[in-house]
Design a protein around this ligand. Structure first.
Ligand SMILES: [Zn+2]
Length: 482
């Protein structure tokens, strides 16, 4: 098997295991633990706990994660090479009260999350996944459990063409016509529900129980999967996902057909890159800190406790840059903030998010000369208005890293008459004052429920990140910017 297919297949397993940001973080955690990383908690002091030549990770809200490796030759104030990305993708989320009966159907009320191409969610075999808080009857504590139901449960049906006068246009109301059906009502349901409502009314509840707010069959399915009783379920975040698995496609397996390429390609490639950069004695000879920072909530603006516009990354960088990584000295003192500032000035962020590969049937939508192709390598994104924060110093760095790893790179700029996306790049750069560059693999149909990218590009991005982590502390200082 060629190496490029190995990483493409590794990515398929990653995305198939990760229908929600909670699952992305869990998949990443498992991979890091397997590779010898140690979990840290934000709830305890790290002074005296961390060593050089070691690997760590920390999560926030179990939907954002930061992993880092500390070189054996690291000295306080040295630079940090960071890759940033996001764990979330546009999706539909179950509403707090979701049980709807209509025309004999059971429906589930949903909220849209982010800017999806929502018409692609019609007529797909959907299921649910997410995070459920359950009470442990022994301790009385609430613990969160991951849930992923691996069979089609829900479907948003289109209207038959025969009943649709305006068939040329596919428009729909996102509140009333974009609602999944979950089953058919049984005659006894209505009777049973009114009786149960009467039964529970005697006992005071600040909020109605999940059993009363959601479809009972759905709650029963979740509780049996988690091996708890329905009454133990306190609350949850449930997200709809397409049960069709991510797969290789094309006559020569040149494509990946998949949900959530944006941005799980970055999650997979950055984690594989930092792991590969830390094997054997490479880490012991390293003088920098290498870091991957994957945030939730990019698709809705990042302004949350664990988003890219939160304190998560600054907090972790402040903690780390104040440590001497010497357990004998560390126990009673932290270094002054000047170490943080000098480290930030020497550091670099690669903000990685998917890019737009040229679409053969809409090529007029792309700028004439800057048209990235699938399988031709990662795309450096440039925008004069700083929706992407790449500058020439960053391009010089990536050019050198690309040459070291023999990774071809492409350039992208948007047309002046076109809207432009953005990334976590500008906000991370502005928050920390770290030099930043925007990059990402090219794909088609960004934000569709089923996107397409090049299968050979997965290995290229892994290799680029591996080379960046291995070489930043020697290449970075050769590019002089004050
Ligand atoms: Zn994205």
């Amino acid at each position: 098997m060629s190496t490029s297919l190995k990483h493409a297949l590794g990515f398929l397993d990653f995305v198939n295991a990760s229908p929600t940001p909670y699952h992305v973080v869990d998949t990443v955690k498992n991979r890091l633990v397997q590779a010898g990383f140690t979990e840290l908690s934000e709830r305890v002091n790290w002074v005296g706990q961390l060593k050089k030549d070691s690997k760590y990770f920390v999560t926030r809200n179990t939907s954002s994660i930061i992993a880092f490796t500390v070189g054996g030759m690291y000295e306080p104030g040295n630079g940090i090479s960071i890759v940033g990305g996001h764990t979330d993708s546009p999706a539909l989320r179950v509403k707090p009260i979701s049980n709807i009966s209509k025309e004999g159907y059971k429906e589930v009320g949903i909220e849209t999350y982010g800017g999806g191409i929502w018409h692609t969610w019609f007529d797909r075999d959907l299921s649910i996944a997410g995070r459920v808080f359950v009470t442990d009857p022994k301790t009385g504590n609430c613990v969160s459990k991951l849930i992923k139901i691996d069979k089609p449960l829900l479907r948003i049906p289109t209207l038959a063409i025969h009943l649709d006068k305006e068939r040329a246009k596919f428009e729909f109301n996102k509140e009333t016509q974009f609602r999944p059906i979950a089953g058919l009502e049984k005659a006894e349901d209505a009777k049973k529900e009114s009786k149960e409502t009467d039964d529970v009314s005697a006992e005071f509840q600040s909020i109605k129980s999940v059993v009363e707010r959601h479809n009972k069959d759905m709650i029963n399915l979740i509780s049996s999967k988690l091996d708890v009783t329905p009454e133990q379920i306190e609350d949850f975040e449930l997200i709809l996902y397409d049960t069709q698995k991510s797969c290789l496609g094309g006559l020569n397996d040149e494509f990946i057909f998949s949900p959530r390429l944006d941005n799980q390609v970055t999650c997979y490639c950055s984690i594989e890159g930092i792991i590969e950069s830390s094997v054997s004695n490479q880490l012991s000879n390293q003088s920098g800190i290498q870091m991957v920072s994957l945030f939730d909530h990019e698709e809705i603006g990042s302004l949350t406790a664990q988003g890219a516009n939160s304190s998560f990354l600054p907090d972790i960088l402040h903690r780390i840059t104040k440590l001497t990584f010497n357990p004998d000295v560390d126990l009673c003192s932290e270094l002054p903030s000047s170490y943080f500032w000098t480290a930030m000035a020497k550091s670099f962020v690669i903000s990685s998010d998917m890019a737009h590969g040229v679409h053969p049937n809409y090529s007029e939508k792309y700028e004439a000369l800057n048209r990235p192709k699938l399988n031709d390598g990662p795309v450096i994104k440039i925008n004069a208005n700083q929706r992407y924060v790449t500058n020439s110093a960053g391009i010089v760095l990536l050019k050198k890293i690309g040459a070291l790893s023999k990774t071809p790179l492409q350039l992208f700029v948007i047309r002046n008459d076109s809207p432009c996306g953005s990334t976590i790049g500008p906000m991370v750069a502005a928050k920390l004052g770290i030099r930043t560059l925007d990059i990402g693999n090219p794909q088609l149909s960004m934000h569709s429920i089923r996107e397409t990218c090049g299968s050979a590009d997965i290995e290229k991005l892994v290799n680029l990140f591996d080379a960046y982590f291995e070489n930043y502390s020697t290449v970075g200082p050769t590019i002089l910017v004050q």
